[in-house]
Structures are given as structure tokens and as C-alpha cells.
Design a protein. Sequence first.
Length: 136
Amino acid sequence: MPTITRFEEIEAWQTARELTRLIYSLTEQGAFVRDFGLKDQIRRAAVSVMSNIAEGFESQTQQQFIRYLGIAKASGGEVRSQLYVSQDLSYINQEQFTEAFRLAEKASRQISRFIAYLESHPQPRHIREDSADYET
């Protein structure tokens, strides 16, 4: 696996970003707009997937990174569960459900594989800023 230098390079983060865009789009339509609780919750869960990947990448150790990836994966499960509620309430149709569910599931699989890779390739990760210049 090539060295990743920025969280934006992580495929799971890219998928989570795509999922978040879709969730925001879906929640701006029809009856979803008026269900402030579910709308807020599913948006927060989607944002949590990509945010926890980024936060974990910027953390101090590989073990912390793995913990954040676990949180991101859990948030993906939360999105999937809320998609069922959204479909059951007819806020989204079958096609919209399938597309969003597919992205959420894809992100979860990518995160799982990334966790497995990191666990099988332990490395000492510590705070680093390779190209930072500081002036006093």
C-alpha cells in the first residue's frame, strides 16, 4: 500500500464524502425537509464517517487512528439504519435508498479493510509535520 500523506487520499474518506453529499441532497427533498430530527441525525451520522476518518488520520498514534476508524464505521451503520427509517416513512424511494445504502456499505467495507491492514502492519505513528516551517 502506498504511503498516504493526507486524509483526502484515503478511499474510504472519498466514499464517505460522496455519501455525505448524497445524504444532504436527499434530505432537502419532500417530507424529509420537515422532519428536523431525522434530517439532522442522518446528516450528522454521514458527516461523522468522513470526520472520524480525518480526525483519526491526524491523531498521534496508529492505535488512536484505528479507534477513530471504528467510530467512523459505526457511524456508517447508523446511516444505514436511518436510511431504513427514511424509506419506511416514504421520504426516499427504493432507488434513492439503494444508492445511499450502497455508498454507506462501501465506506464501511473500505474502513474494515483499512483497519485490518493497519492492524497487520503496526507502525509507530507520532505527531509529525514534515513540511512545516515555523517562525518565532
